[in-house]
Design a protein around this ligand. Structure first.
Ligand code: ZN
Ligand code: ZN
Length: 338
């Protein structure tokens, strides 16, 4: 099969012919249709954060069709349209038993990140990691379920204080930020989108953000207090940089919450006095759980989540696609594989 292979950190991927993955009894072989690309792929290529064994096949936002099932698999059959849950978990640790699948203490892999993924004609997954893609959700959109959609659902419904929030800010209006905005508007929350990119701010407005503000402006705290009397109830930081974290702190109200979604190596720029005296809630959010998969697929099917796909590339042009992400696309970048 054709696959885009990372042979050396920091080097472009190369298109190679490699063997089709062999499946165990409880695994499923999937013929890839589309695969999304995000900043995590850039991190892997650059050797930051995740370190898979090389050579490695990236691709952690795929959709596809079941090609073959292992002998013990009863829940899926060839032809089924599927998307994966990425974390290959033990199912028995404290985290797995408490619905915190992405925190599994005995993680056996993350599809496309720590084990081979879907920048290839076929990828494999344990049967219990595959979810049926609703018929009315096309493959390009369905591909975004495994990362952009689940991450947004988890951040809003599990990790934020959205039940008591009337105002929110979403810093970083890329793939994840745009879906968070759609979820918040569906819940009736007033939303400010914050970004360095004029084109992302324009997209944010077009999908319902009440305001679209440039990141890093000195008066962002004062403007937030004009938007909502005491400041913002919940700030989603989808960037994780020095600048975005400073903006988060300037915008959030006392007793408000900052949900950290973006992952960089920047340190949080608040002193203990500010956190204590303002009773700030600063929580992390990573991908999501199997139940978030179910919910995200329903919200895609209902049209509540409508991911914005800005760029489609062929598998052969994977390096151009990575470069598009690097330079900042206005929506999600996807590879058309099959
Ligand atoms: Zn991703
Ligand atoms: Zn576990």
């Amino acid at each position: 099969m054709r696959a885009a292979v990372l042979a050396e950190v920091g080097k472009p991927l190369s298109i190679k012919n490699v063997p089709v993955p062999e499946i165990a009894n409880d695994e499923v072989l999937v013929e890839t249709k589309f695969c999304g690309i995000c900043g995590t792929d850039l991190h892997i290529v650059e050797g930051k954060g995740y370190v898979p064994k090389l050579p490695h096949i990236l691709g952690h936002e795929p959709s596809g069709v079941v090609a073959k099932v292992g002998s013990s698999v009863k829940t899926l059959k060839p032809g089924d349209r599927v998307v994966p849950y990425l974390f290959i978990t033990c199912g028995t640790c404290w985290y797995c038993r408490n619905g915190r699948d992405s925190m599994c203490a005995n993680l056996k892999g993350i599809i496309g990140v720590l084990v081979n993924g879907a920048f290839a004609q076929y990828f494999k997954a344990p049967a219990r990691n595959l979810f049926l893609l609703p018929e009315n959700v096309p493959f390009d959109v369905g591909a975004l379920m495994a990362d952009a959609v689940i991450t947004s659902v988890h951040a809003v419904y599990d990790r934020s204080n959205v039940k008591s929030a009337t105002s929110a800010a979403v810093i970083g209006a890329g793939g994840v930020g745009q879906i968070i905005i759609q979820l918040l508007k569906d819940l009736g929350v007033r939303v400010i989108a914050v970004s360095r990119s004029e084109s992302k701010l324009a997209v944010a407005k077009s999908i319902g953000a009440d305001e679209a503000w440039k990141a890093g402006e000195p008066n962002i705290g004062a403007r937030s207090r004009e938007f909502a009397p005491d400041g913002i109830d919940v700030v989603f930081d989808c960037v994780g940089s020095d600048e975005s974290m400073k903006d988060s702190l300037a915008m959030v109200k006392r007793c408000g919450r900052i949900v950290m979604v973006g992952e960089e190596d920047a340190r949080f720029p608040a002193d203990s006095t500010e956190i204590a005296q303002h009773e700030l809630e600063i929580v992390g959010s990573r991908n999501g759980s199997r139940s978030n998969m179910q919910m995200g697929l329903q919200l895609l099917s209902l049209g509540v989540i409508k991911p914005v796909i800005s760029d489609v590339f062929e598998l052969e042009d994977v390096n151009k696609a990575l470069d598009r992400v690097r330079r900042g696309a206005s929506g999600r970048v996807v590879l058309k594989v099959g």
